[in-house]
Ligand binder design. Structure first.
Ligand code: AMP
Length: 194
């Protein structure tokens, strides 16, 4: 199995690149943001709870997020590997992911962190908000809050994986194919090993 975390602030291009990488390397793409939006679309109790946090640019509670992620992983026993997009976003989530994979005799092979300056990100998100229908992309105050939450709660996840030399920084500025090329160059050697 090849298990990757695509990491980076909101609007850094994780979703776009994860979709392409999943196809290229035959991985199951799991986006916790997409899973929450699916629950909201179906007006489930989980969706109703998640919406309260998402509308403020806050993180959903770890227990809810981890339970949802675990259920999704367990629905794919056939997977040749996973690419996690928007998860883990806290160190508690990272530890839970490690425990889940260890229980499957697996591990996280690498965290790939897309680096994009904050000003460029705000512009990208407001642009995406015009067409995505995502209310959290249409309000600059919510976007700034998501970025602040990323710095405070999510960026320590990079250091957590850096301790085991699994964290890699990737320049996230440029065209979609150029950034994809940089990611593929990091993943190819891991693929040989996995
Ligand atoms: P995203 O689509 O990844 O930008 O996520 C949109 C929103 O969903 C976030 O701002 C959070 O409110 C929530 N969310 C997504 N993934 C997580 C996660 N791993 N932990 C907590 N909240 C999350």
């Amino acid at each position: 199995m090849l298990n990757l975390i695509l990491f980076g602030p909101p609007g850094s291009g994780k979703g776009t690149q994860a979709t392409k990488l999943a196809e290229q390397f035959g991985l199951v793409h799991i986006s916790t943001g997409d899973l929450f939006r699916y629950e909201i679309g179906n007006d489930t109790p989980l969706g109703k709870e998640a919406k309260r946090y998402m509308d403020q640019g806050q993180l959903c509670p770890d227990t809810v997020t981890i339970g949802m992620l675990r259920a999704k992983v367990e629905r794919h026993p056939e997977a040749g590997g996973f690419i996690f997009d928007g998860f883990p976003r806290t160190v508690a989530q990272a530890k839970a992911l490690d425990r889940l994979l260890t229980g499957m005799n697996e591990q996280v092979d690498a965290l790939l962190a897309l680096e994009v300056p904050e000003d460029e990100i705000t512009g990208r998100l407001l642009e995406r908000g015009k067409t995505s229908g995502r209310s959290d992309d249409q309000d600059e105050a919510i976007i700034r809050n998501r970025f602040a939450v990323y710095q405070a709660e999510t960026s320590p996840v990079y250091d957590y994986y850096d301790k085991s030399a699994k964290a890699n920084r990737i320049d996230g500025v440029g065209s979609i194919p150029d950034i994809l090329g940089r990611l593929v160059a990091e993943i190819e050697p891991l693929k040989q090993l996995s």
